[in-house]
Design a protein around this ligand. Structure first.
Ligand code: HEM
Ligand SMILES: *[C@@H]1O[C@H](CO)[C@@H](O)[C@H](O)[C@H]1NC(C)=O
Ligand SMILES: *[C@@H]1O[C@H](CO)[C@@H](O)[C@H](O)[C@H]1NC(C)=O
Ligand SMILES: *[C@@H]1O[C@H](CO)[C@@H](O)[C@H](O)[C@H]1NC(C)=O
Ligand SMILES: *[C@@H]1O[C@H](CO)[C@@H](O)[C@H](O)[C@H]1NC(C)=O
Ligand SMILES: *[C@@H]1O[C@H](CO)[C@@H](O)[C@H](O)[C@H]1NC(C)=O
Ligand SMILES: *[C@@H]1O[C@H](CO)[C@@H](O)[C@H](O)[C@H]1NC(C)=O
Ligand SMILES: CC(=O)N[C@H]1CO[C@H](CO)[C@@H](O)[C@@H]1O
Length: 326
């Protein structure tokens, strides 16, 4: 039976084009080498550049919070349009994370051209890197398409900043459909990686509270002041987010917060706000509880709002739309 020349079953299945339709074995027939190639390249990269894991996890989060995981953050700006990755908040996203995605994409284009999306590569790489640095297994699915849009102006208000109030931060997560509990679990990502001095300078240089600057452990604050002494001249100066186990994905982040070793104002605040404190206590006491909550929340972030079917494309180059004309 035909209707305007289209088989009826295509019309009837149209609503499914609008629904996320992801699966764990999405590429098993179209690109059987997908998993093995991705894991190999990501592993090599992490060994050569150990900051890759944290950088990639942050890149994943920033991509997915703005219109779903769709690789919109990977698109380069053009003279006519400033893309997401050049929004102010993205300026410190690290080159290693972009590079690991590009390397996987280049390898996969040789093995199965035009099949694997850049957004799936970023999600898969993030999943593998988390376990590589000691973290939990996250069961991510595949089948996302890459966005046809990337706009700097779509970023504002979708990502929290360290100097925001807890009300504001919670409302940002809630407007993305994430609960307070999911927020506290996700911020546990700050168990790895680092922050530039300017992100916490006002805590260590300006305000002084009872036990050191704004609740910070005084010795810790002193060390940070030394480390960041020149930060206005040298913008690269940074400190580990988790001062005790900086490269390991564990629950040390939450333990730190209780004792004034939270680096960002927002980190410190979640250990003392009524709505979040009991969750921080739970994750500090029970790493399994943290890992379970983190994995569930990350799976949710990786699936919400994604584009499948005709709502996106499989980009040939992660930094350009396929119809890019220069
Ligand atoms: C309250 C919400 C959050 C705020 C205010 C926040 C803010 C920040 C800031 C300011 C930095 C330092 C960036 C730099 O100086 O280069 C940072 C780093 C980082 N953030 Fe967050 N973040 C939040 C939540 C998250 C979440 C939910 C994730 C992931 C699930 C995440 C993952 C990371 C990672 C891995 C780094 C280290 C990046 C690196 O070492 O290159 N953050 N965050
Ligand atoms: C959705 O997934 C199912 C099961 O894998 C598949 O049969 C169907 O063709 C998919 N639909 C679309 C629109 O991708
Ligand atoms: C928070 O930080 C941003 C950028 O770092 C700055 O533009 C803004 O004025 C700050 N807000 C407050 C309330 O300090
Ligand atoms: C400290 O406060 C002063 C005045 O409010 C401001 O000009 C300066 O930039 C602040 N310094 C830091 C490190 O935040
Ligand atoms: C800061 O800069 C001064 C002069 O440029 C230099 O003597 C000092 O060693 C620097 N300190 C740090 C911690 O980099
Ligand atoms: C926390 O909750 C208690 C009791 O509900 C209340 O008295 C207190 O003001 C709250 N503190 C903050 C910082 O909201
Ligand atoms: C830690 O959390 C896990 C997962 O929620 C739970 O099964 C376990 O009983 C908890 N352990 C303790 C000691 O409370
Ligand atoms: C990694 C990356 O693309 N960073 C860009 C973020 O934005 C600044 C400012 O526009 C660019 O210079 C960086 O290249």
């Amino acid at each position: 039976m035909k209707f305007f020349g289209l088989p009826l079953f295509i019309l009837l299945s149209f609503p499914y084009l609008l629904l996320a339709n992801l699966s764990s074995d999405y590429y098993s027939k179209t690109c059987p080498e997908f998993e093995q190639t991705l894991v190999q390249i990501v592993t090599d990269k992490q060994i050569a550049a150990p900051t890759t894991a944290a950088g990639t996890l942050r890149l994943f989060f920033h991509d997915c919070m703005v219109d779903g995981c769709d690789a919109s953050i990977l698109v380069a700006s053009t003279p006519r349009k400033t893309s997401e990755r050049d929004a102010d908040i993205n300026r410190s996203l690290p080159g290693d994370a972009f590079e690991v995605v590009t390397r996987v994409k280049t390898a996969l284009e040789l093995k199965c051209p035009n099949v694997v999306s850049c957004s799936d590569i970023l999600v898969g790489a993030t999943r593998s890197l988390i376990t590589m640095v000691g973290g939990t297994k996250v069961n991510v699915k595949f089948g996302r398409k890459d966005s046809l849009v990337s706009d700097m102006n779509r970023v504002e208000g979708k990502l929290a900043r360290p100097n925001m109030t807890m009300d504001h931060i919670i409302s940002i997560f809630e407007s993305s459909g994430l609960t307070v509990q999911e927020m506290v679990a996700l911020v546990g990502a700050h168990t790895i990686g680092f922050s530039h001095c300017k992100e916490f300078a006002s805590r260590i240089f300006n305000k002084t509270g009872e036990s050191g600057p704004v609740g910070m452990n005084p010795k810790y604050a002193e060390e940070l002041r030394k480390l960041c002494a020149n930060y206005t001249k040298d913008e690269e100066m940074s400190a580990f987010n988790d001062v005790f186990t900086p490269g390991k994905f564990d629950n040390m982040y939450y333990k730190n917060l209780k004792h004034g070793y939270g680096l960002l104002q927002s980190d410190h605040a979640i250990a003392f706000d009524n709505r979040t404190r009991s969750l921080v206590d739970l994750y500090a006491a029970n790493e399994t509880a943290f890992f379970d909550a983190f994995a569930k929340a990350m799976e949710k972030v990786s699936e919400k709002n994604v584009k499948t079917g005709k709502l996106g494309e499989v980009r040939r180059r992660c930094d350009q739309y396929n119809d890019y004309k220069g």
